[in-house]
Design a protein. Sequence first.
Length: 395
Amino acid sequence: MDTGLDRLVADDFALLAGRKVGVVSNPTGVDAQYRHLVDLMHASGKVNVVAVFGAEHGFRGSAQDGGSEGTSVDRRTGITVYDAYEASGARWEQLLAAAGADTVVFDIQDVGVRFYTYIWTMYVSMVAAARLGLRYVVLDRPNPIGGTAYGPMLTAPYASAVGLKAIVQQHGMTVGELARYFNAEFLPAEAGRPVELEVVTVRGWERTMFAADIDLPWVMPSPNMPTPDTALVYPGTGLFEGVASITDGRGTTRPFELIGGLATDFDHRWCDRLNDRDLPGVRFREAYFVPAVAGQHPPMLNRLCAGVEIKVVDRAAYDPIRTAVAMLVEARRYPAFAWRADSYDPVRPYWVDKLTGSDRLRTMIDAGAEVDEVVGAWAGELAAFELRRRPYLLY
């Protein structure tokens, strides 16, 4: 299998000849030999890389969630690396103009989830490039969790840094496909025109494939995404960022696979009840752990937590968002259960609402809705999204 970067290298960077290139990338932008895009371009002498732009976690990937590395000069190449995490469209225009770029190249491994912020870095930089009349090249990579879409649609009142535009929670698209979707569906209204877009496609990927099925290198897309197993569960268990009383497993060796609350508040019954549901493609192991990183859940730091480890036994049958809904429904039985509320946003205080794209999931679970009712509430919008995305699919 060849990624867009592999194909660009094989073609001796001909696509970028004579261009002034600004690169949006992070540690995942490597070829089959783990050589980084920026290093390859710089060493080739055939590509004029005028700047690099870092997303969340930074260009070299050292920052934790919600952080970046700042603006600096890359020690290996001497190229200026601009901090572009959460940059507005106007800020992107300033950065691109200051760098003198006429072409933007995006190469980051996404994990297929709306609230994973790299796709929104791509979107905002596409808008800026369109306004400036620049060319935009996406070096495509497989979606590590396959090509199937799941989950609720983002609604406009809940747009945020973890979801700017209306796509479903697990979009089932590659970044190249998303770029095509964004370019046609959103850029004409926001930028006044589409960007001049080119996608260098992956060769050999099919929508039924997962990261574990293919021979491409796995580089952590972020510090708490260590393995393809993490990515597989993340579309669902990422929602536990929105629960104040339950940790999402950051600070363990299995983030997003180990989920639990303080052992004084939660117990083995959570695991037993989940296994009794016989959810497709997944089993649960009773688990006890001590998080070494506070993450979004400071009360759990260095304290014994009780909960579950998620074991996916059939990837094709597994629906991570339905599974997470079942986990939330059962966790809601415990008196200690509490949603995370953020004082900085009094109009939309609940973080889970931003993650799911509306207040529907939270209010339905609080009202005692069962799993099928919650999941069924978004069936129509999911079906509509699947039809709408079809013209933009490449694989």
